[in-house]
Write a protein that binds this ligand. Sequence first.
Ligand SMILES: N[C@@H](CCC[C@H](N)C(=O)O)C(=O)O
Length: 323
Amino acid sequence: MTTPAPTAPSPATTSSARVLRVTKGHGTQNDFVLLDGRTGTALDADLVRALADRRAGVGGDGVIRLVASADLPEGAAVLAEDPAATWFMDYRNADGSIAEMCGNGVRVVADYARALGLWDPAAGELVLGTRAGVRRVRAAAGPVGEDWYAVDMGAWHLPGGPEAVAAGGDAQVEVAGLPVPRPALSVDVGNPHTVLAVAGAGELDAADLTRAPEVTPVPPHGTNVELVVPLGEERLADGTVVGRVRMRVHERGVGETRSCGTGACAAALAVRAWAGPQAPDVWLVDVPGGTVRVAALPDGHVELAGPAVLLADLDVDLDALTR
Ligand SMILES: N[C@@H](CCC[C@H](N)C(=O)O)C(=O)O
């Protein structure tokens, strides 16, 4: 769809120049502080850390600025990929680091664009720029008719190839609370993930994710680590046979979170690869914060669907924030 030209600034700062209007939202309890880039507010690591702080700030796993693609250097690549990608998801982890992609964030930012009047799902897909390339978002129904968003998350791959799948993995992961290092599979869904299967709910619950799992070989740019328990297959009301997994995640740049959309994609794709050619293409992924749906598409892309919630608009006193 054609979105309004990202030119007209809205007064997201209030009467004082030291007050910043933000919105708090989440997708399956992966929570974010959202900013309207039309105000001209620049994001730096200090501001991100301060906003994401759960005691002295607003609190969030990440901070997302919805900004005109034309207004940041990375936007040129997405505009070249698709000129309709006039809006860009500028995503930062809670520690201030920049990540390529955030699956839950895309849905939440789509809902934010809708609330700001920048996107009308009835008129077509939202074409959104990200550091991992263009992503397309549409309104979609959840398993029991909930109002969800579905995102084409683009191409995915297994960096270790089929050999890694056959060997159980291309990495070893040591997780605090679990007795021995486990084989794990690297999955690239625009950002890096390392997925390991654990023996069952007992092990999944026993894992101590207050400490970052140790991944060998050490990934050059870090990684997000997903612990999964395959739960088998089930038939949905519409007759579709889906696989189901339970997952916990330790996110790069954040720590344990209650959900990770790209992590859910990586977990489902890893379990599907381990299960072999008869495995379903559609998976439900249960995370501490809810459930999302992942589908391996015939064109080599992966689709992520799930809810998005906008909770509150807040005027943040920037002097108090940095005190
Ligand atoms: N929670 C996000 C992923 C955010 C980025 C990640 N921590 C990274 O550094 O790659 C999601 O929902 O995908």
